[in-house]
Design a protein around this ligand. Structure first.
Ligand code: MEV
Length: 327
């Protein structure tokens, strides 16, 4: 039995545009997914706890009829299980075995489909735990690459390396196509607002692709997000938090123009700004889920807690630790 954990992330800048080769800067946060893998005779049995911040338990052995009632949509659970299936395929490929049997236990603090990189963290931790259980030790870079293949498979060939590289390596990273590296950042105080909902990453990415193909100005919008990221990198290097906040606001506006924000995300973004945050934007695929604000004052958390549509507000520290084994 091997247990590994990997962090979730927030995007400082660049989600969606990163799918089209623009740079992005995600930052790992101290909410982690823990995956325990144990070899068994045959077949795959998955047990998942606390896949949302509120928490629920689902046991899944490939037979959907046995699934208990839960408070997130079945399609989300199916998507989560799709990531686990593909991660196990990567484990078998890395270890050079076929049809190994596994018991997989997931304990995650990261809400599903909420823009905090739950699927990437589960894929990364599952690959690390699964390969170690078979006696193979992979470098974090290889775990990141294999977890990227998992996301790409589940998201119909429309994934970037950003979420998976960030989760495997920890800290703040810069991803542009296949060029992935860790970067230094000043101490960034993040607050997360969570609407209790989730977006369908595949559908949201497909929606942006359609807009981009139909309208030249949507393609320009994607490129403009890349320009924001490049300016953001300079602001990071200068430690200019006010400039970072302004660029985050701009980034949110462009994501909104691409149709991936929602009423509750916009409401939380404005509540955080009005409470004095340096900047705020949605994080991840959008459609629902989380916003990230640059500020750690109690006023911002309280303002979010009183915002209609906000279920939870929490402080999030940068997590320098990528994937590692537990215990
Ligand atoms: C999802 O967390 C981030 C997206 O940019 C998709 C991806 O990069 O694979 C929307």
């Amino acid at each position: 039995m091997v247990t590994a954990s990997a962090p979730g992330k927030v995007y400082l800048f660049g989600e969606h545009a990163v799918v089209y080769g623009e740079p992005a800067v995600p930052c790992a946060i101290e909410l982690r997914a823990e995956v325990t893998v144990t070899q068994r005779e045959d077949g795959l049995r998955v047990q998942a706890n606390d896949l949302s911040l509120d928490g629920f338990t689902v046991e899944y052995d490939g037979d959907a009829s046995g699934r208990p009632d839960i408070d997130v949509s079945d399609s989300l659970v199916d998507a989560a299980m799709g990531y686990v299936n593909e991660a196990i395929a990567q484990v078998e490929d890395a270890a050079g075995v076929e049809d190994a049997g596994f018991e997989v236990q997931i304990d995650s603090e990261i809400p599903l489909g909420a823009g905090l990189g739950s699927s990437a963290a589960v894929a990364v931790a599952a690959i690390d735990a699964g390969t170690r259980e078979l006696g193979v030790e992979l470098a974090p870079e290889e775990i990141a690459e294999r977890a990227y293949r998992v996301e790409n498979e589940v998201q119909d060939g429309q994934a970037s390396r950003a979420d998976t590289f960030c989760s495997a390596m920890g800290g703040a990273v810069r991803v542009e196509g296949e060029d992935c590296r860790q970067i230094g950042t000043p101490d960034l105080p993040f607050v997360i607002g969570y609407d209790g909902g989730a977006g369908d990453t595949g559908a949201l990415v497909a929606g942006v692709r359609e807009l981009r193909e139909e309208y030249g100005f949507a393609a320009d919008t994607v490129e403009a997000i890349g320009d924001i990221v490049r300016c953001g990198e300079q602001a990071l290097a200068d430690g200019d938090v006010a400039e970072l906040g302004q660029l985050m606001n701009f980034n949110h506006g462009l994501l909104s123009a691409l149709g991936v924000s929602s009423r509750s995300l916009d409401a939380m973004v404005w509540a955080a700004r009005n409470a004095g945050a340096d900047g705020a934007k949605l994080t991840g695929a959008g459609g629902g889920g989380c916003i990230v604000a640059l500020d750690d004052s109690p006023e911002t958390i309280t303002a979010l807690e009183y915002t209609p549509g906000c279920e939870q507000a929490l402080r999030a520290e940068l997590d320098a630790e990528g994937v590692h084994t537990e215990g």
